[in-house]
Design a protein around this ligand. Structure first.
Ligand code: NVA
Length: 380
């Protein structure tokens, strides 16, 4: 690695990958019902109670096998891969402001950890069961922090996660009410405390998109603005008005290389927010229909069929796609990408797919400005 570049260095979602963390399903528990989350079974079992406690070892072993397959693919591409430390996710949490029966897992580092240039940020998180998830990555963070004085490390303010932080009736709102209230950004978390999950962010060099969602509120976006803009970044809140349950941007708006974003045809970006992309000659290309319908997703998976577009870039030319998503593979092939595939459906019930299950720590490249019209419009 180039000694002039800090050991932590990742400015966007696509530059050539050198170091990454791949999540683990070991010790995972079912996500508990809590004010920030109401997990539901899918398909014919929908409506029956969601299980609690540790996931069966058969499920965690199958997911771990697929995660190991992703790690091996990345290693074969010359990427250094790190894995989270084991944690006791079955442990009940009792804090001064909340309690929860069990925790979740460390399968999706993307949700909690983010690299912004030479800085690692630990997100506050929005759900009780994920409050301590950052601990699975602390050994890794310390290794980088000790190795290079240029590495910045920030842990964002932890919210109370008390009952008052949530709208407890959110999950019962009829769809009309949800539609009416989401346009004033009323979701399950209130605006009183700083709340964000790292996976609501998407990095484009100097510009960072942050989705306002069930897992990221306006106070969270304000915190990110105040923290990052003095260091030369621009934070852009983004919205996808047809997504009634927005959470994590990486099944909705997925940049693949400079000038190209993979978009979700069911969830177009707010038209005023598309402008900066169109003004700067970015193409927004809709993903093809996923192979599975929402009802066909694995029984305990809480994500939508659009996990199909949760792809992971090895470089601006190489992208990893889930093995059975052939329509998307074909489209990316036509767009000039070298497409790599791994089976990953057994990971879905642990919170996501390929992008979710990774946290890139080092990519080649520097901070670039992909939106020059924004710079030109700054006062001189
Ligand atoms: N909430 C998103 C998943 C993001 C990984 C979806 O279900 O589409």
């Amino acid at each position: 690695m180039n000694d002039n570049v800090p050991v932590v260095n990742s400015w966007n979602e696509w530059d050539p990958l050198r170091e990454v963390v791949v999540g683990s399903a070991t010790g995972a528990c079912f996500e508990p019902t809590e004010p920030g989350n109401r997990p539901q079974r899918r398909g014919s079992a929908s409506g029956t109670p969601f299980p609690t406690g540790p996931k069966p070892s058969e499920a965690t072993e199958k997911a771990d096998e697929e995660l190991a397959g992703l790690a091996a693919l990345l290693q074969s591409q010359g990427v250094t891969v790190h894995r989270p430390a084991p944690m006791n996710f079955g442990q009940r949490l009792e804090t001064p402001t909340f309690s929860v029966e069990n925790q979740y897992c460390a399968t999706c580092p993307r949700d909690v950890m983010i690299t912004i240039g030479n800085e690692i940020i630990e997100a506050p998180m929005s759900r009780r069961a994920r409050y301590f998830e950052y601990q699975a990555y602390r050994d890794i963070v310390y290794r980088y922090w000790n190795a290079d004085d240029r590495v910045r490390w920030t842990t964002a303010p932890k919210p109370s996660m008390s009952d008052a932080m949530y709208r407890s009736d959110f999950w019962d709102w009829p769809i009309e009410q949800r539609h009416a209230r989401m346009h004033s950004s009323e979701f399950c978390v209130t605006q009183d405390e700083v709340v964000f999950d790292a996976a609501d962010m998407s990095r484009f060099g100097r510009d960072i998109m942050v989705q306002e969602s069930m897992t990221t509120n306006r106070a969270g976006i304000r915190w990110l603005k105040r923290h990052l803009e003095p260091h030369g970044f621009r934070i852009h809140p983004v919205h996808f008005p047809l997504d009634y349950f927005p959470s994590h941007i990486d099944c909705t708006f997925v940049p693949l290389r400079p000038g190209l974003v993979l978009t979700n045809p069911d969830r177009p970006i707010e038209s005023s927010e598309a402008k900066m992309f169109l003004d700067n000659d970015w193409e927004l290309v809709d993903a093809p229909p996923p192979v599975l319908s929402n009802d066909e997703m694995p029984q305990y998976c809480q994500s939508s069929k659009w996990l199909s577009m949760n792809v992971f870039s090895i470089s601006p030319e190489k992208v990893v796609v889930e093995q059975r998503e052939t329509p998307l593979q074909d489209m990316l092939d036509r767009l000039g990408f070298e497409v790599y595939t791994v089976p990953f459906r057994n990971v879905f019930e642990f919170g996501g797919s390929l992008h979710c299950a990774t946290w890139d720590i080092h990519r080649e490249g520097t901070r670039e400005d992909y939106f020059p019209t924004l710079t030109q419009s700054l006062p001189v």
